[in-house]
Design a binder for this molecule. Structure first.
Ligand SMILES: [Zn+2]
Length: 104
């Protein structure tokens, strides 16, 4: 693991990462019944990531729309297509299509 230089101690960054993980878990549980909460959890997770200069873990990058930041789930409020090794997620909240390298 690469250590990032910054004014924040490593332990704080570790806690921040854990909180981000937890928030995405909570968002997943809240969705779709409490979509407003799911969106809020995403917002908090993004704020923590920004505060600590962290990027959102790769596993969760497709969990929200990078345009409107809604919590999105393919088959529910997003459409997922895979074309030529590229994953295309269309957010049905704002209509934006996002391309992501396909891996799994
Ligand atoms: Zn969107």
């Amino acid at each position: 693991m690469k250590l990032t230089m910054g004014s924040k101690p490593a332990w704080a960054e570790e806690i921040a990462r854990e909180r981000i993980e937890l928030l995405f878990e909570q968002a997943e549980e809240a969705f779709p019944d409490r979509k407003d909460r799911a969106d809020r959890y995403v917002e908090i997770a993004r704020n923590i990531a920004m505060t600590f200069n962290l990027s959102v873990p790769e596993d969760h990058r497709s969990d929200f729309c990078s345009n409107c930041y809604s919590y999105v789930k393919p088959g529910q409020n997003a459409r997922l297509r895979v074309e030529g090794g590229v994953k295309k997620v269309t957010c049905e909240e704002c209509g934006e299509t996002e391309r992501q390298p396909y891996s799994d």
